[in-house]
Design a protein around this ligand. Structure first.
Ligand code: GAP
Length: 445
């Protein structure tokens, strides 16, 4: 059944409620009334987000010989943020409503003079720095100020020389990082879409100046393909090139991979041509030579950088929204199903003994312990088999293994497929390899 985008609030409400009911996402500090725009991932959600991050890492690092990874500290020298321009430029225009006192980001308003909620007059905009500030050590004075990083990228730039020399990488090559970032957003919202604490998946690709345009085009296309490769429908993904007046202070070009969220097209990931801005500014501020010397050509240059910067939480939300479907089965019953790509699905295989007696649970547990070595599994013996299938469909488990009386006679089980609901009789000894092939050849219908 096609998802109806016009039912945006409806769909969002259903996703938020499913997320809580089935353990994907909970409100942070809920027992104390919650903390605005902060969310916790539950047992199913943490698997989903981990799979999203692993799929990214596999595509960006493990499957390539030109990209390596790092994991840098969240707290960095304040000099980093001075050099990067974040202390001066990482601001949003903040306006207050003189009537209802609500705060808004002026650049997101259609009418910059009036409050979108009560039509009251808005104040003049003032620049509000988005970086969270804290103090390092016991003394809270200006010399102890440090910032929670607002992007993972800067840890990569200041480690460029360390990584390049220790890994003996030559441009074109990339450095990837997944980790938390923090921004004191004026208007967080839309569930996990815009929050003040979030995870980024960023990769800085260092190239010879002059080769930047071609690599920029390459990465825009690679990143678009990644989302569809893991099951996002082609019609829900698009590329939007930024106009010149939208570009960040460091960028020569930028394109967003956008997703058709229930509230409309919005940013999932940005791919920017950052030129040599970052290495140049860190070279100037630190006094350290950050250029690359090519042994063969004897050329020395500051590499240009192409940066695909994605959000792990936004991607997880997009995968969840895109997978959601309400279907009417042939017998007239309806089911909620998440059509996750099996690599993204939190649980790969559900193990379901038909009844709780006659030795079937023992066989089921043995099968589960064998499959667990290869796949995330979930054992469930309570309720009717139909109800148990429905519970697994709702969290997007692609395969179900049912153990019944015939299993005792011939060592076969029923393998059920989430999307088609097809049931196939297979031998226990073939389960691992059949599931492996199904995952490898999976194509979303
Ligand atoms: N280093 C470049 C950079 O940080 P960005 O477009 O500001 O670029 C990259 O951020 C990605 O990080 C975004 O496309 C989005 O997916 C994610 N992101 C940014 N701010 C976010 C927020 N407040 N909440 C959740 N995700 C966010």
């Amino acid at each position: 059944m096609a998802k109806e985008k016009e039912n945006e609030n409806n769909l969002m409400d259903k996703i938020v409620s499913l997320a809580k009911r089935r353990g994907f996402v909970f409100q942070s500090s809920e027992v104390y009334g919650g903390l605005n725009s902060c969310w916790d991932y539950g047992p199913i959600g943490v698997e989903l987000k981990r799979n999203v991050k692993n799929a990214w890492w596999e595509a960006m690092v493990h499957r390539r010989n030109d990209i390596v990874g790092v994991d840098c500290a969240i707290l960095m020298s304040p000099k980093v943020w001075e050099a990067s321009g974040h202390l001066k430029n990482f601001t949003d225009p903040l306006v207050d409503c003189k009537e209802c006192k609500k705060r808004w980001r002026q650049d997101k308003l259609t009418d910059p003079k009036h409050c979108p909620e009560c039509n009251g007059e808005l104040t003049e905009a003032r620049n509000f720095n988005l970086m969270f500030k804290t103090f390092m050590g016991p003394v809270e004075d200006s010399s102890a100020v440090v910032y929670m990083r607002p992007e993972t990228a800067q840890g990569i730039f200041v480690n460029f020389k360390n990584v390049q020399t220790s890994s003996r990488m030559k441009p074109p090559f990339g450095i990837a990082q997944v980790g938390k970032s923090f921004r004191n957003e004026i208007t967080p919202g839309n569930f996990t879409f815009r929050t003040r604490e979030f995870e980024q998946m960023e990769m800085e690709f260092f190239v010879k100046p002059g080769e930047d345009e071609q690599w920029y085009k390459y990465w825009v296309e690679e990143r678009r393909k990644w989302y569809s490769q893991f099951g996002i429908k082609e019609e829900n993904i698009r590329i939007r090139e930024h106009a010149k007046n939208e570009l960040a202070h460091y960028a020569k070009g930028c394109a967003d991979v956008e997703y058709l969220y229930p509230w409309g097209w919005d940013e999932l990931e940005g791919i920017a041509n950052r030129t040599d801005f970052d290495l140049k500014t860190h070279q100037e501020h630190s006094g350290k030579d950050l250029s690359y010397f090519d042994d063969q050509t004897k050329e020395k240059y500051l590499p240009y950088v192409i940066e695909p910067a994605a959000g792990a939480d936004r991607a997880t939300l997009a995968f969840l929204l895109d997978a959601y479907d309400e279907e009417v089965k042939e017998n007239g019953e309806s089911r909620v199903v998440l059509h996750f790509h099996p690599k993204i699905a939190p649980i790969k295989v559900a193990i379901l003994p038909l009844v709780k007696k006659d030795g079937l649970p023992d066989i089921a547990e043995k099968i589960e312990s064998e499959l667990r070595e290869f796949y995330t599994t979930f054992y469930d013996e309570s309720g009717s088999i139909g109800k148990r299938y429905a519970r697994q469909d709702e969290i997007g488990t692609p395969f179900g293994v049912t153990i019944d009386y015939q299993t005792k006679d011939d060592d076969t089980v029923t393998l059920r497929f989430r999307d088609s609901m097809e049931q196939r009789r297979v031998s226990i000894k073939d389960l691992v390899s059949i599931i492996r092939e199904e995952i490898k050849n999976y194509k979303r219908k």
